[in-house]
Design a protein around this ligand. Structure first.
Ligand SMILES: Cc1ncc(COP(=O)(O)O)c(C=O)c1O
Length: 400
């Protein structure tokens, strides 16, 4: 009889692509922050990119009603017709653009939209141009689809955004798409609309595809922004209820697709996950209720006040922030005067000062060790306590 220890060991088979897919480094920080909290430490958490406010009341009420009436079934893979229509109407009232509901795919957060978009576009070896720094999952979506993400180093001179000139310079025969976000994560900067138009024209000339992530739309602090959809119906526009509508955990977002991709996206969604959660889609219908929008606008004013408090404080502490972020709820700060290695700095700051911020390494490789990201949707007294702790920490380390 075989004794268990004489059985062959189980094989750990892992797809080659997994070697290039990195975890979010912030997760290690969040886990550690939670462990410290469990030990009784108070942590000022400026690490996770989500609103501090609850989901607006009309959305919660709509969800309760949906639950009570059993609206928890499979739905069409591209979303409930009612929500697709509501989104189409939203584009008309908010942006003055006509987007037929048939071109809108409701997805599981904008993450689902990015999954489907990269899934229908990429063949092995295809290159996608992105800014470095940018949202970390983008390069991993591309890699998961066997493509190659090409991070183009950007800095304050272009507000950390791609330009048409950069796109043209980095385009190769293998490039098939460009991904931009405005407002952007981690920098909170905007891509000026005329530059977006030039990027679109450059991509179109090369018969490529432009993907524009508008997830932080609604969260801008210097006036309304325009949707890339004004530029044409050949752009993939990604969006979500997560941020502006405070619905991160509901997992509902959408993509506006060029018409000739709708069938393929539907096919992929059907096979990958059948449908989005019906409960969340019924709830999201209440996102466009006037009371919800009034609440979201009050939240926006609060984020702006939080930004206006935090920015000068961070600059006084020695962080360099050459571009004032105009959107989202992040400050991307150069910490080179304070540390040579931002990841170690973040770990140490958490342990010694009880303040959690995200290291630059999560957002790319370009000067990542010199940067950290602050996520500021927190009450101002909490931000003030964070600033006080960082000041004490820096003073103890000899920075005055
Ligand atoms: C730029 C950007 N795109 C997409 C996402 C994904 O968000 P969700 O899937 O919650 O819509 C995030 C989340 O932080 C983000 O910052």
């Amino acid at each position: 009889m075989n004794r268990p220890d004489s059985l062959p060991q189980t094989t750990h088979r892992l797809a080659a692509r997994m070697a290039a897919i990195e975890p979010f480094h912030v997760v290690a920080l969040v886990t550690r922050a939670k462990a410290l909290e469990a030990q009784g430490r108070n942590i000022v958490n400026m690490v996770i990119g989500e609103p501090d406010f609850p989901t607006p009341e009309p959305i919660v009420r709509a969800a309760a009603h949906a639950l009570q009436t059993g609206q928890v079934r499979y739905t069409p893979s591209l979303g409930t017709p009612a929500l697709r229509e509501a989104l189409s109407a939203w584009y008309h009232t908010r942006y003055g653009v006509q987007v037929p509901a048939e071109r809108i795919a409701v997805t599981t957060g904008s993450s689902g939209a990015l999954l489907l978009t990269t899934g229908v576009l990429l063949s092995p070896g295809d290159q996608v141009l992105t800014a470095d720094p940018s949202y970390p999952a983008n390069r991993h979506f591309v890699r998961a689809m066997e493509g190659e993400s090409v991070g183009i180093p950007v800095d304050a001179s272009t507000d950390y955004q791609l330009t048409a000139e950069l796109v043209e310079r980095h385009w190769t025969p293998r490039t098939i798409a460009v991904m931009v976000a405005s407002p952007a994560n981690p920098t909170g900067t905007l891509l000026p609309f005329d530059e977006l138009a030039r990027i679109h024209a450059a991509v179109r000339r090369r018969r490529g595809v432009l993907i524009v992530d508008e997830i932080y739309h609604g969260l801008t602090y210097g006036g309304a922004v325009r949707s890339a959809l004004e530029l044409g119906d050949d752009i993939f526009v990604i969006n979500s209820f997560s941020k502006y509508f405070c619905m991160t955990g509901w997992r509902v977002g959408w993509a506006v697709l060029p018409a000739d991709y709708v069938g393929d996206v539907e096919k992929l969604a059907q096979n990958l996950y059948i449908s989005n959660p019906e409960l969340s889609m019924q709830a999201a219908l209440a996102a466009f209720h006037p009371d919800t929008l009034a609440q979201c606008e009050r939240n926006r004013a609060a984020y702006q006040a939080q930004r206006d408090f935090l920015l000068p404080e961070l600059r006084r502490l020695g962080f360099e922030i050459p571009v004032t972020p105009q959107g989202a709820f992040y400050v991307y700060a150069n910490c080179a005067r304070l540390t040579g290695e931002s990841y170690a700095f973040c770990l140490d700051l958490l342990e010694r000062a009880g303040v959690a911020v995200a290291p630059g390494i999560d957002f790319g490789t370009h000067r990542a060790a010199e940067h950290v990201r602050f996520s500021y949707p927190k009450p101002i007294p909490v931000l003030a306590e964070g600033v006080r702790r960082i000041r004490d920490y820096l003073q103890q380390r000899g920075h005055s």
